[in-house]
Design a protein around this ligand. Structure first.
Ligand SMILES: Cc1ncc(COP(=O)(O)O)c(C=O)c1O
Length: 454
């Protein structure tokens, strides 16, 4: 439409009460605010997200201050050597200006060097690594780079919620395959390994339009670390059908059982795989928004091209600090410490479920634990607000915990389609990346659940 045509008076609609005359460069036009200001469906059609429901409920709860174990942010600072590096970077002129779109050379080199031993060969920092604004923007860039409208992307349920809009924005169609929870998860503490993938169901989900698959290991919220055998079966299907694997490994430094990276299974698999990492998760700095993608040049160069158009480059001084983090982490014993500390937090927190007799899914990695609350009886006449009572039982459990116990946690059915939400409606997700005193405080409050248990 020409610029002049766009300034012609619009046809009066039944909504004419909201039509306003507007003067633009001498032309009098009538614009329907309701039409012109209408947001795109990709943002307006979304139901209220879990983060705002839980955070608003927490702020309004009579039990103040609330102990927030909902969102996965750390309750403590990154280690001193990384914080010092960030402060020093701020004093350097070149660290306060644009970085190269693919990332600062010092960081791409530090990441290539840190991952090369796992790959069993030297990763090329110039062609096989690209820095992004958090893992999330990295994944958006990957979908933007490869998805055309109508292409299908397979994801497992439960999923990290950002995948959905990231896939839908370039027009991708999501195909869901649920992980099956242990059948007796309501009566017995089990291992996160017992959330299983039905490989035949995955195979049936593949069509000629399947362009990508997203896997997440260690997994949020289940805490599952996919075994080598499971990854091999997924990889075989991807090689057979030429499907790009987006392997979200943001919790790659937090594993309590052997951890395999799918890209390292074979050269055929590596050729199809983009591995995702996050400094936010690695260095306890989720607000720094530094992430990266690793993979073969024929994939990474297009991801970089998309990233250039989405945000040009990522935050410079914090890239520099992350470079120092990778350069020094091994020598400082930081990677071993991070596993030891988080596992200790997990064990410390989970004793409360053993005391209460509430079963949970013992995580193999990451910092989330799923607790099965089928035994908690919610009072029948409890006044849940409509936006909670209309959601599955885990939303009611989360609301009840906030109001009556003073602990905020996340209802995992948010990470499911409506069809499969029943699989997780008795579970609640707690993030243990908090100070030990906070974990102890939460345990004390959670003991109050005893009186609601059958
Ligand atoms: C599975 C998973 N992937 C990606 C992300 C996003 O990472 P970042 O904060 O680096 O964007 C998260 C954050 O919670 C996550 O849980």
């Amino acid at each position: 439409m020409s610029r002049l045509a766009s300034l012609r008076p619009s046809i009066t609609s039944p909504l004419s009460s909201v039509l306003r005359p507007v003067q633009t460069r001498g032309y009098h036009i009538t614009m329907s605010l309701s039409t012109k200001l209408k947001p795109a469906a990709r943002v307006s059609n979304q139901k209220q997200d879990v983060w705002s429901i839980i955070n608003e409920a927490a702020a309004a709860s009579p039990k103040q201050p609330i102990i927030n174990m909902g969102q996965g942010f750390f309750g403590y600072n990154p280690p001193k050597f990384i914080l010092d590096a960030a402060k020093e970077a701020l004093d350097r002129v070149e660290c306060n200006q644009y970085s190269p779109t693919k990332g600062r050379p010092r960081l791409t080199k530090a990441i290539a060097d840190a991952y090369s031993p796992h790959w069993g060969r030297q990763i090329n920092p110039n062609t096989e690594v690209t820095i992004t604004t958090g893992a999330n923007e990295g994944m958006l860039s990957a979908f933007m780079a490869f998805i055309e409208p109508g292409d299908e992307v397979i994801i497992f349920e439960p999923f990290f919620d950002q995948y959905i809009s990231n896939i839908e924005m370039p027009g991708g169609k999501i195909v869901y395959v649920p992980l099956q929870p242990p059948a007796d998860g309501a009566v017995r503490t089990s291992s996160a390994a017992e959330w299983t993938l039905d490989i035949e169901q995955l195979e049936r989900a593949i069509t000629p339009k399947t362009k990508m698959i997203v896997i997440n290991t260690p997994h949020n919220p289940v805490g599952k670390v996919f075994s080598k055998d499971e990854l091999q079966k997924i990889a075989d299907l991807c090689v057979k059908n030429e499907i790009i694997i987006l392997s979200d490994e943001v919790y790659d430094r937090l594993y309590y059982v052997p951890f395999t990276r799918i890209a390292t299974l074979s050269p055929e698999v590596e050729r199809l795989t983009i591995t995702v990492g996050s400094a936010g998760k690695n260095f306890y700095a989720t607000g720094w928004r530094v992430g990266w993608l690793l993979g073969p040049e024929h994939l990474i160069k297009y991801v970089s091209a998309a990233h250039t158009r989405i945000c040009y480059s990522s935050v410079s001084p914090l890239q520099e600090a992350c470079a120092v983090g990778f350069e020094q982490a091994e020598a400082q014993g930081f990677w071993d410490e991070t596993i030891k500390d988080m596992k200790a937090k997990m064990d410390r927190f989970n004793t409360v479920w053993d005391e209460l007799g509430l079963p949970y899914s013992e995580p193999e990695g990451g910092y989330f634990v799923l607790v099965n609350m089928a035994k908690v009886k919610l009072p029948e006449d409890y006044p849940f607000p409509p936006h909670v009572s209309s959601r599955p039982r885990d939303f009611k459990l989360a609301w009840f915990l906030i109001q009556e116990v003073g602990v905020a946690a996340i209802p995992p059915t948010e990470f499911y389609t409506d069809e499969n939400a029943h699989l997780a409606e008795d579970y609640i997700r707690f993030a243990v990346c908090k100070e030990d005193a906070v974990l102890e405080g939460a345990k004390e409050r959670l003991r109050g659940l005893k009186k609601y248990m059958s």
